[in-house]
Design a protein around this ligand. Structure first.
Ligand code: ATP
Length: 231
């Protein structure tokens, strides 16, 4: 189980962005991290990965797979070289990693692009590269920061399948997303952030104001309520 408690964190000590953010991600569960633009989702993820300049809190996290909000690629490496570099540095069985990478390249239809440079790929294709690299090794925990961004419908469906398989294997997954219709179908529970803190968390059933309320309707109500309370 992954657990995090952020007392305060941000990009400098003088102006912290997050306060009192606390949650767990149990094994075999997919948790949706939701919130409006600027709510603090990516900053929370940075805090978990201990890459923020200012962090006061506690994180329990082993090694993990990470899909960043924006693709991070080496300018002078081909797709095949990106995969080779990962395989050499990750410290897991090389044959298994190669097989898995080959399978994922087929899944995301990039198996004919191995000799090309991902910096010149389209946005969605670059996102697929990040997914291939994150899911090639086997981890107990995955952090996916807006993983659907730019994906075509087929790739979205394949990612949903992949996430379901990883959950089935027992992996814990934290996924930040604005795709609430999709999140409602696949997430086990949610953490709703607003202004750098957790507004509400739980399963949809636990948070719903009335039976049948969709995640989007609930989200609207929560964010409107928080905005009105702040006035
Ligand atoms: N590198 C940075 N330096 C300073 N402030 C930052 C930096 N990155 C983000 N922020 C600020 O932190 C706050 C939270 O931003 P964050 O990126 O965590 O939001 P988010 O919920 O991920 O939003 P989005 O849905 O738009 O991706 C915002 O006020 C933003 O301006």
């Amino acid at each position: 189980m992954v657990s995090i408690y952020i007392r305060k964190a941000g990009y400098s000590e003088s102006s912290s962005i997050l306060s009192n953010v606390q949650f767990t991600v149990p094994q075999g569960k997919l948790i949706g991290l939701i919130g409006a633009n600027g709510a603090g989702k990516s900053t929370t993820i940075q805090a978990m990965m201990e890459t923020l300049p200012f962090f006061d809190g506690e994180v329990q996290l082993g090694t993990y797979g990470y899909v960043p909000e924006r693709p991070i690629l080496y300018e002078y490496l081909t797709l095949s070289e990106h995969i080779d570099l990962l395989i050499r540095t990750v410290g897991q069985d090389e044959n298994e990693l190669k097989n898995r990478a080959t399978e994922l390249c087929k899944t995301f239809r990039l198996d004919d692009k191995l000799h090309l440079y991902p910096v010149h790929f389209s946005k969605g294709m670059q996102q697929k590269v990040m997914l291939i690299l994150a899911f090639t090794p086997t981890y107990d925990f995955y952090i996916l920061d807006e993983p659907f961004m730019g994906l075509d419908p087929q790739a979205m469906r394949r990612l949903i399948q992949l996430v379901a398989e990883e959950k089935e294997r027992g992996a814990a997954i934290l996924m930040s997303t604005h795709a609430l219709d999709t999140a409602e179908k696949i997430c086990d529970s949610y953490i709703c952030m607003h202004n750098g803190h957790v507004l509400k968390q739980g399963t949809l059933g636990e948070m719903q104001r009335y039976e049948g309320q969709s995640l989007l309707e609930l989200f609207d109500e929560l964010i409107e309520g928080a905005a009105n309370a702040a006035v």
